[in-house]
Write a protein that binds this ligand. Structure first.
Ligand code: NAD
Length: 232
């Protein structure tokens, strides 16, 4: 049985990484338009790099929470694919082996002229003057608002093969990622774990109104009980 977990910023909130919609559209005191758009990059590279250097430091110091670990444990019972909007690496650090990042990975740097040139960031900082081998300034390996989401086609294929689909910590406001839910096979179990209402109209969705660290371990236990024995 193939379980697809679609995760958003909310799953990492209890690891201390703030979502931005929960803080009145400010992401850690910054207006996202000033720091997370191609226009911002063209206007003030230093500010954009500083913003992501700060976010990267937070990510490096954060640890996965009970939700990340419970999803990893599901690999003992099911085929698990994680499609995440998050740019942190907390799923990987919890041990999950199959993670697709739709919005990139903050722990990597990318050439600003060749999207295939990726680099590790050994000291955690990208600074003005740090260049790729083609001589262009390095930027964070993240997808900014207004940029295309290169992994979308892969994500669509993954969603289409789900037997169970779980949304956790995503308001489902960020397109095209949010459109994934609309692609799942009709009638499959659809779960939402989020303490707030999310923008999903599907009548067959079961909304568990809990924080991820409570709701995901609860759901994981139920899924194992319900499907795993019959499966293996
Ligand atoms: P979003 O619109 O997907 O909203 C976050 C959702 O998480 C909301 O529905 C909220 O109710 C829910 N939530 C809050 N606390 C929760 C908890 N403890 N458990 C479960 N759900 C919880 O996300 P956003 O903040 O608007 O971010 C948009 C984009 O910005 C992301 O897609 C990502 O690319 C980037 N971002 C990434 C991170 C990260 O990597 N950790 C953090 C913030 C923003």
């Amino acid at each position: 049985m193939h379980i697809v977990v679609f995760s958003g910023a909310g799953i990492s909130a209890e690891s201390g990484l703030k979502t931005f919609r929960d803080s009145d559209g400010l992401w850690e005191q910054y207006d996202v338009m000033d720091v997370a758009t191609p226009e911002a990059w063209n206007k003030d590279r230093e500010l954009v790099l500083r913003f992501y250097n700060e976010r990267r430091a937070q990510v490096i110091n954060a640890v996965p929470n009970a939700a990340h670990f419970a999803i990893q444990k599901l690999e003992d019972h099911f085929d698990i694919s994680i499609v995440t909007q998050n740019i942190d690496d907390l799923h990987e650090r919890a041990g999950s082996t199959n993670v697709l990042h739709l919005h990139g990975e903050i722990i990597k740097a990318r050439s600003s002229v060749d999207k295939h040139l990726l680099y590790d960031i050994p000291n955690g900082l990208i600074e003005i003057g740090d260049k790729c081998k083609k001589g262009s300034q390095l930027r964070p390996h993240v997808v900014w608002f207004g940029e295309a989401v290169p992994e979308m086609e892969r994500a669509y294929s993954i969603a289409r093969t789900a037997d169970i689909f779980i949304v956790v910590g995503s308001s489902l406001n960020v397109y095209p990622a949010a459109g994934l839910v609309q692609l799942v096979k009709p009638g499959i179990p659809l779960y939402i774990i989020d303490p707030k209402d999310v923008a999903l109209a599907e009548a067959n969705a079961l909304h568990i109104k809990e924080k991820a660290s409570i709701g995901i371990p609860m759901l994981a236990k139920d899924l194992v009980k319900k499907y795993s024995i019959a499966e293996r």
